[in-house]
Write a protein of this length. Structure first.
Length: 65
């Protein structure tokens, strides 16, 4: 029964959403978010490393969950 529910769940997902997301794509999205944060002044060199890692983990977890 659980397999049937999973199959029905997957059938409702559009085809592009079922494709695996590459590490390169995750990195590109992270870069775009970081660039926006720099543009609006929310990111400085002092907190770049921590912020980049947090954004990367968040994007990674969102697409791989």
């Amino acid at each position: 029964m659980a397999a049937a529910k999973q199959k029905n769940k997957e059938e409702n997902i559009p085809e592009p959403a079922r494709r695996p997301v590459s590490d390169e794509a995750i990195l590109k999205v992270t870069k775009e978010v970081v660039v926006k944060f720099i543009e609006v002044g929310r990111l400085t060199p002092a907190n770049f490393d921590e912020t980049f890692q947090n954004i990367y983990k968040t994007v990674h977890n969102a697409v791989r969950s």
